[in-house]
Ligand binder design. Structure first.
Ligand code: SAM
Length: 166
C-alpha cells in the first residue's frame, strides 16, 4: 500500500517528511507540493482520500471536491472532517485571519457544504455529527483541529457504489 500526502507549503511538507522518516514510514509515504484545488495526483488512482480541517481553508470548495472525485478510483471513498455553520458568522469573525486559520471563517452551512460534495458526483454521503461546543472560544485560543476533539462533523462519501444519499 502507498500513501500520498499533499500540502501547499514547503514548510509543512518538510515537517511531514521528517515525521514520516522518524515514524518508519519513509518507504510507503510520499509527500507532494500542490493545491487541493489542483491535486498533483493522477486521475482514478486513489482508493481513499482523507482530509482533516483543510477544505474549510479553500476559497473554492467546489473545485476541491471535484478534484477529489477525479483522483479517486470508481467506488473510491472520501472521509473528511470540518466545522460547519448553523447560522451566518458575525462579520468580524468571518473576516478574521485567525478564525480562518482555525477552520471557522471558511466554514459553510451543511446545505452548501454537502451540496458541493453531491455536485462533484459523490453518492452514499454519510454524516457523523459531533457535539459542537463553543467553537469561537476554542478558535480564539489557537487550538488545533485535533485539540478540538469532538467538535466538528465527519463526512464519508463514495465515488460511486451503492448506499443511501442524503
Ligand atoms: C489545519 S492544517 C491541517 C491539519 C492536519 N490535516 C491535521 O489533521 O492535523 C491546514 C493545512 O492545510 C494546508 N492548506 C490550506 N489550504 C490548502 C490548499 N488550498 N491546498 C493545499 N494545502 C492547503 C496548509 O498549508 C496547512 O498545512
Amino acid at each position: 500500500m502507498r500513501f500520498i500526502g499533499v500540502d501547499m507549503t514547503p514548510e509543512m511538507l518538510a515537517r511531514a517528511r521528517t515525521n514520516a522518516v522518524n515514524a518508519g514510514y519513509a518507504q510507503t509515504v510520499e509527500f507532494r507540493e500542490g493545491l487541493i484545488e489542483a491535486l498533483p495526483v493522477a486521475s482514478g488512482s486513489a482508493d481513499v482520500i482523507i482530509s482533516n480541517c483543510v477544505i474549510n481553508l479553500s476559497p473554492d470548495k467546489a473545485t476541491a471536491f471535484r478534484e477529489a472525485f477525479r483522483v479517486l478510483k470508481p467506488g473510491g471513498r472520501l472521509a473528511i472532517s470540518d466545522i460547519l455553520l448553523t447560522k451566518p458568522l458575525p462579520a468580524e469573525v468571518a473576516q478574521s485571519v485567525s478564525a480562518l486559520i482555525g477552520c471557522v471563517a471558511g466554514a459553510e452551512t451543511e446545505e452548501v457544504y454537502v451540496g458541493h460534495i453531491r455536485d462533484a458526483g459523490f453518492v452514499a454521503i454519510e454524516l457523523q455529527r459531533r457535539p459542537v461546543g463553543e467553537i469561537f472560544d476554542l478558535a480564539s485560543h489557537g487550538r488545533s483541529c485535533h485539540q478540538r476533539g469532538d467538535h466538528g462533523i465527519w463526512r464519508r462519501a463514495s465515488q460511486g457504489g451503492c448506499g443511501d444519499d442524503l
